[in-house]
Write a protein that binds this ligand. Structure first.
Ligand code: SF4
Length: 432
């Protein structure tokens, strides 16, 4: 079955052309298709979701079907409708399906005709700050834009299915102002794979009281969501929320390339590029498709060094001026300036541009600067290498979410006579 889901909606907002490439995943390579298990481990998303469910106890989980190839949206939506017949109910992963739009909500709390729709994210927030989502300039804070539009999409689909209900949207986030009040909170939620290779979380606590105080924050975002629906906040200047839903739904269902104008920052980090993986060698590049279609790049053009890999280049105007290759750039285009005593950001960019343009593969080393710096060093020199971890659910009492914890270090001393001494080392091997 095909529908515009919330993840496709989010991807389509980044660039509508991406939706066409993900529709045709047999043809176009996606460099983000890495191991979802490792991604889940890295983000802590599964752990936080499981932890969040415990804050809304007694819920009924609408399980994914065993056969994911035959994912039946209507069946999942029917299960949700059945549960919503109860006066009061909590549902995890409630499903709504209407007009080729499909969503699942992390947590839904129904009381009579009022619904709390709660999207859980492992992203952190400082709940003491007043301008987390909408800045002083009254614009949505850009890093929250994808999450807020995702929430607006969920509310829109759920409201279309349930026109007689009032729906209040929330984001449930990890709160950096709070601390764990128990040891081993993280290890109570172990990420694992089941026999069908599906990622899940195994809990190891005996009773909820062992988890201590809640470290999540629930933020009511009704006002922001209704402004997105009204068109007061737009993702793109030329596309309001309802136009975005219509466009992305059409691309998803009719499977056409929308020819959405390429934009510097989106194209720079676009995932539809080729790489050296097996899949990358076999499949086509969406990036090449866009630049052939929109800029008529030839095979020769794709071999030239372009502006997308210039270190820390952010100027989208270069693209609008038709400056796409390093060979076209002048120092003025990157606002080149020299800084006394150090390598300025633009100096470094110009070095990269010049070297690539001139096929110069030698390294640049600021020998004089390096010597001047090293002459200020006082022996013995200490080299300390350490590894750290930042996790949403802390390992120890008194630690905040995403607080950096060093779990290993080594210490070497370099003496003036050339001797190297391995002075110390440590690794934490305790599970808690
Ligand atoms: S290359 Fe650019 S225009 Fe094409 S899909 Fe990626 S972001 Fe969009």
């Amino acid at each position: 079955m095909k529908a515009l889901s919330k993840s496709r909606f989010k991807q389509g907002l980044e660039c509508p052309n991406k939706l066409y490439f993900s529709n045709n995943k047999q043809v176009f390579h996606n460099v983000k298709n890495e191991d979802p298990f490792l991604q889940a481990l890295a983000s802590g998303g599964f752990q936080v979701e499981e932890y969040a469910r415990l804050q809304y106890p007694g819920g009924v989980l609408i399980e994914d079907p065993e056969d994911r190839e035959n994912y039946d949206y209507q069946d999942l939506a029917n299960q949700t409708s059945e549960l919503l017949k109860q006066e009061n109910v909590v549902i995890y992963e409630a499903a709504f399906y209407i007009d080729d739009l499909f969503i699942r909500t992390d947590v839904l709390v129904k009381k009579g005709t009022h619904i709390q729709l709660i999207e859980v994210k492992a992203k952190s927030i400082d709940s003491s700050q007043p301008y987390n989502f909408v800045g002083k300039s009254k614009k949505i804070v850009s890093s929250w834009k994808p999450y807020l539009f995702d929430l607006a999409f969920q509310v829109y689909v759920a409201q279309c299915c349930l026109p007689d209900y009032t729906i209040t949207p929330y984001l449930c986030l990890v709160d950096k102002t709070k601390s764990a009040t128990v040891d081993g909170l993280n290890q109570f939620f172990r990420v694992s794979k089941d026999s069908n290779s599906r990622t899940g979380v195994t809990t190891t606590f005996k009773e909820v009281g062992q988890l201590g105080a809640n470290i999540l924050h629930q933020e009511n975002l009704s006002e922001v969501v209704s402004k997105i629906h009204n068109g007061d906040y737009k993702y793109y200047d030329n596309l309001n929320f309802h136009e975005a839903v219509k466009l992305l739904s059409e691309i998803r269902m009719q499977n056409y390339y929308p020819n959405w104008p390429a934009q510097f920052s989106a194209c720079k980090k676009c995932e539809f590029k080729k790489d050296d993986s097996e899949d990358g060698k076999k499949k086509q590049s969406g990036f090449e498709h866009c630049f052939k279609t929109q800029y008529h790049w030839t095979e020769q053009d794709f071999k030239k060094s372009n502006i997308f890999n210039v270190w820390d280049l952010k100027d989208p105007k270069l693209m609008q001026q038709g400056l796409l290759f390093k060979s076209q750039l002048t120092p003025e285009d990157i606002k080149y300036k020299e800084a006394a005593g150090k390598l300025d950001r633009t100096e470094r960019q110009w070095l990269q541009i010049e070297k690539e343009r001139d096929n110069d593969f030698t390294e640049f080393i600021d020998i004089e600067g390096l010597k001047a710096e090293m002459n200020t060093w006082v022996y013995p020199l200490h080299f300390i290498d350490f590894e750290t971890s930042t996790v949403p659910l802390p390992f120890h009492t008194g630690r905040k979410p995403y607080e950096q914890i060093a779990f290993q270090f080594s210490h070497h001393i370099y003496h003036e006579d050339g001797r190297i001494e391995h002075a110390n080392e440590y690794i934490n091997t305790h599970r808690r």
